[in-house]
Design a protein around this ligand. Sequence first.
Ligand code: PHE
Length: 339
Amino acid sequence: MKNKINALLKEVEGFSAESLEQLETFRIKFLGKKGLVPALFADFKTVVPEERREMGQLINTLKQSVQNKIVSLKDTLDQQSDLQDSGFDLSLPALSPMGTRHPLSIVRNEIIDIFSRIGFSVSEGPEIEDDFHNFTALNFPEDHPARDMQDTFFIEKDPDLALRTHTSSVQVRVMEKTQPPIRSISPGRVFRNEAISARAHCIFHQVEGLYVDENVSFTDLKQTLFYFARELFGENTKIRFRPSYFPFTEPSAEMDVSCNICGGKGCNICKYTGWVEILGCGMVDPNVLEACHIDNKKYTGFAFGMGIERITMLKYQVNDLRLFFENDLRFLKQFEAAR
Ligand code: PHE
């Protein structure tokens, strides 16, 4: 009996478990109702009186060592499973800095910054917009071909709703709520039903601006956008305006900046013209002011709108717009050093 117990003590000492199931099998083998330890206690009755004391102590030692083994293995197994559940190795040093800004966010923030220095504040609005705010209030007559200028995603269940095609809709909401003076810019996501290519996407980002007050003239528009272009592209940047058409502005123009890559000498970015188009603008049509309950005899205003993707492509010489939406780390990492 003594030899048997000593052999079992050795077995317990050398035992280790990889799972709680294995540990439970071990417990049942030794301490279960029909286990080895109860069996030894049963055999104890047959032990001769001279040996009883020694045998009793040995069996108790065995029982104790089984119990100690179970407690310590259970501790270790619990700790391991906690760590696995969290998925973290808490002993690793932190990676720093964590993440970087997306290039579109960097440029959007820079644009907001430039306009806020001259008193523009940021306004935001819904991406799902009704016909009035996206079109009608902006002087797009119903069934007018101008609506085709912006291929629209309509919401099937409600023909009055669509994904906004520009953030001019936000400016309508600002004018409805506020009387002049108004100086507001609206950054945001817009949607157009266009084929995806290196130069176009069905989702893109805009910043549109609006300035309404007494005596606002085209000179104010020109000077504001000149300041903006120089802040964004550098102090030697030149601007020029070409006549254009938008239903909500009259007169309307498109603004070009001198190519910041070749400095106006001509390169493949500016298609050897020395100029790149960056935004649409114009004097707010009096009909728009009226639709938003602003006195169009007393007030005038200018508005402008630009695509953030296009500006980012120019600023960082990105030649494919799709890169902004793919979240390829090899692309995003290149902006780590930017603000
Ligand atoms: N809303 C126009 C667009 O999305 C841009 C624009 C805004 C043009 C304001 C003129 C004035 O294309």
